[in-house]
Design a protein around this ligand. Structure first.
Ligand SMILES: N=C(N)NCCC[C@H](NC(=O)CCC(=O)O)C(=O)O
Length: 443
């Protein structure tokens, strides 16, 4: 049977904006209060997704969340009509209004952790939505994320959906951004590499001192248990706290894997040698650890360019390609490194650049925008087919974006009640295009 690694990209929602909500994420803080262009953001995302489909990859889309989130605003005491709720929140608690308006669900690498059926004891593909408790604006995502995942992977025979982990910092979980599956072939059992930032229940363990470690070991272990993974096929590795303090807020900002390749910065992890030995022992295949030294690319350049927030994909030809943001072309050290990388005799033979600047300005590169789901042919057939990218869906979604999305949005626009109507009308139509049923509270 054929096996694929599908990418499900998050559609950018109509309220995409720059509110500086993510302490520890340098781009988010540096670009706070820029004027965003939600239309361009959505179209950049669609272009990248379509380009991968055109390369012969299985590519899907995940619907965005409803924002402004009036339910949360009402839950914290703002009352009256929808317009009044927005207006009162804007006057009394603008930071809370901003949190309830973020389009952050576009970064579907944080939507969930996914374990393919080849790795799980019951032979199903397992999904656990991430609780994202470290950031208020993201902590309001998991319930709707679960609804959207269930409407997209809507077949109980093949897909097992779990509830998100308890909403406490001990179980801080940021999903696939801190999880990489290594394997020889997508359909063979692999090693699931969980990278955590801190141990919540061990006060003497090292952790960052300046910025938060969003993922805990306890959360990663809980996901591995839920997903029915064998101990022999899991590796738990700590991210280097020093790089978290330099703006590496997720592991996918400093390393990325695909099949038997792990592309990483030499400062990415703690106990690197011992942990790589464990990976080698647990893999039934040769591993290629592709190391980038600080002398080649500094942590600062890695964070600015998102060299490691690239996607490494295996093309139908069997060759691997890196899907990079155009920011990597614009950084001389990184561009020189990537030009050299494809000559080094690693499985990575091509680099392709895509402009996802609207997302990058919030700290979200190509890899943040996608959730990977390795599946066999039958599982791909069991996916809601209306969510899979092709010429028709691409045209339809671009027309839909043109109809509903603004080309400018500032933080002060978030109090505009018209945005509620635009957003709901757009999402209602989207659920019809993708045939998702009712996934939003307003429906
Ligand atoms: N690395 C991965 N996988 N995802 C990137 C997520 C970026 C997101 N940015 C934000 O939420 C910024 C929102 C704002 O500032 O308006 C975050 O920090 O959680």
């Amino acid at each position: 049977m054929k096996h694929f690694e599908a990418n499900f990209d998050g559609l950018v929602g109509p309220t995409h904006n720059y509110a500086g909500l993510s302490f520890g994420n340098v781009a988010s803080l540096n670009n706070a209060a820029l004027t965003s262009n939600p239309k361009a953001a959505a179209k950049q995302g669609l272009q990248k997704a379509k380009a991968l489909a055109d390369l012969g990859m299985v590519q899907g889309v995940l619907a965005p969340q409803e924002r402004p989130d009036l339910y949360t605003l009402r839950r914290i005491g703002f009352s009256g009509s929808d317009a009044e709720v927005l207006q009162k929140a804007a006057q009394q608690a603008p930071a809370l209004l901003n949190a309830c308006c973020s389009a952050s669900s576009m970064w579907t690498a944080n939507a969930a952790t996914v374990s393919p059926s080849a790795d799980t004891r019951d032979g199903k593909v397992h999904f656990t939505p991430a609780n994202l408790v470290d950031k208020l604006h993201r902590s309001i995502e998991p319930i709707t994320t679960g609804n959207i995942l269930q409407a997209t992977f809507n077949n109980d025979r093949h897909f097992k959906h779990h509830q998100h982990l308890p909403e406490h910092t001990s179980f801080g979980d940021e999903g696939a951004a801190n999880h990489t599956r290594l394997c020889s072939e997508y359909g063979h059992a692999g090693v699931e590499l969980f990278v955590y930032g801190q141990e919540a229940t061990n006060p003497s363990a090292v952790k960052p001192t300046k910025y938060p470690a969003r993922q805990t070991l306890e959360a990663s272990q809980a996901v591995a248990r839920l997903h029915q993974l064998e101990d022999e096929s899991c590796v738990f590795m700590q991210q280097n706290p020093d790089v978290i303090d330099q703006g590496v807020f997720h592991n996918d900002v400093i390393s990325v894997g695909n099949q038997n390749v792990l592309f990483y910065h030499e400062q990415a992890f703690l106990n690197t040698d011992a942990k790589f030995d464990e990976i080698r022992r647990k893999m039934n295949a040769d591993m290629h650890f592709v190391k980038v030294a600080t002398s080649q690319v500094s942590i600062d350049d890695a964070v600015r360019s998102y060299l490691f927030n690239t996607q490494i994909i295996t093309l139908p030809s069997g060759e691997m390609a890196i899907i990079a943001p155009t920011n990597c072309q614009e950084n001389p050290a990184v561009f020189a490194y990537l030009n050299e990388l494809i000559t080094l005799g690693t499985p990575i033979k091509q680099v392709r650049y895509y402009d996802v600047k609207q997302s990058m300005q919030n700290g979200g590169g190509p890899a943040c925008l996608r959730l990977r789901v390795a599946m066999n042919e039958q599982e791909v057939e069991a996916v809601n087919q209306n969510t899979l990218m092709n010429n028709t869906l691409f045209t339809r979604l671009n027309t839909w974006v043109d109809k509903y999305y603004r080309d400018q949005l500032t933080v002060s626009d978030l109090a505009d009640p018209q945005l509620i109507i635009e957003s709901r009308t757009a999402l209602d139509e989207l659920t019809q295009i993708l045939k998702l049923g009712s996934v939003y509270q307003f429906q």
